[in-house]
Design a protein around this ligand. Sequence first.
Ligand SMILES: Cc1cc2nc3c(=O)[nH]c(=O)nc-3n(C[C@H](O)[C@H](O)[C@H](O)COP(=O)(O)OP(=O)(O)OC[C@H]3O[C@@H](n4cnc5c(N)ncnc54)[C@H](O)[C@@H]3O)c2cc1C
Length: 346
Amino acid sequence: MQQSPRDNDLRGAEVITDPKGDRKRRANEQDDPDLYVRIVERREDGIVVRGAKLHITAASLVHELVVMPTKGMRPEEADYAVSFSIPVNTPGVSIINRSFAPAELNEFDYPASSHHSMPEGFVVFDDVFVPWDRVFLAGEVELASVLARSLGLWERTGGLVESVRNGELYIGLAQLVSEMQGKDKDPVVQSSLSELIVYQEMIRMGLDYACEHYETSQPSGMVFPNTLAVNATKYYLAANFHQTIKYLHDLAGGLVITVPMEADLRNEESGKFIRKYLYTRKDVDIEARMRVYNLIRDLTADAYGGWWFVVALQSGGGLPAQRTMMNRTFDMEKAKAAARKAAGIS
Ligand SMILES: Cc1cc2nc3c(=O)[nH]c(=O)nc-3n(C[C@H](O)[C@H](O)[C@H](O)COP(=O)(O)OP(=O)(O)OC[C@H]3O[C@@H](n4cnc5c(N)ncnc54)[C@H](O)[C@@H]3O)c2cc1C
């Protein structure tokens, strides 16, 4: 049979985060040894693995589960230094799925969630056989953290791209909602808008810098975004997101979460009151005003918005993961030399 490009257009999920049990203890020190994915049997034709990976975005939608350790492993944790890729329907794999929004949400009330809903999978490996030709690591502890670290950079870069796109929307929505209420020239509104702009521009500039000052891996010559810039910008994004969004909520007012539903707008009896009391000025269309509020709510205070509130912090690893990478990649010798010179120390 002739192959189509679609046949080779395989999608993989990044399957990294283990349940991790007691965070103070190593993988091999947990009460239940399966709290990190591990090899339970080595055979001539492959390995058998057991464990689970949590929060796996789109696990149930992809072709392949690309599994790797969540962190570095020590020699006594050799069974946990395991990485492989298997089809999602491999016997022994099960996925407990959840999504932040049901599929039937309507587009008027949920302009973001009705399009962006993404299932997250709680992926269980219950004695899953993996043949050798699908195994990347089986005990090579010195390489355990390399794969996750490399993917983390791309995951954080993706987060920056999404954030730049959303940031522009937050500013546009803040301006629109203020104009519709006739308060866009107010100095307090102007100051809130500038807070949203500075957040957006810092992330956009960080992303631009990371791409312009890319790095090159050796010996392959593959390029990747600047590691320090991506981590510093993702850290800024995560550390400042929640207090920045409050400016949009403050500008928009209570209607963010109380604007009536589309069904009530279309209902003759309630619709006439909604049109009467959501009126601001002749040139402001009531339905457009409701759409602006619905998008603010859905992007920042409802299904998609609630999801993004946690994703901003945790996706690609929480704040400590970026701190570690910044400390590792910053040119400390150069900074020390500058400090020595400025202090007059030889
Ligand atoms: C919507 C969503 C999608 C995701 N998608 C994916 C995905 O596709 N693939 C994937 O592999 N992962 C995914 N993740 C997982 C994400 O990378 C993790 O949530 C993140 O790394 C934090 O790990 P955790 O959830 O296990 O929380 P924890 O490990 O409990 O970490 C939470 C915080 O606890 C603190 N902490 C942790 N350990 C210690 C310690 N030993 N001592 C002191 N403090 C500590 C840190 O401050 C840390 O930031 C996703 C997460 C979310 C929310």
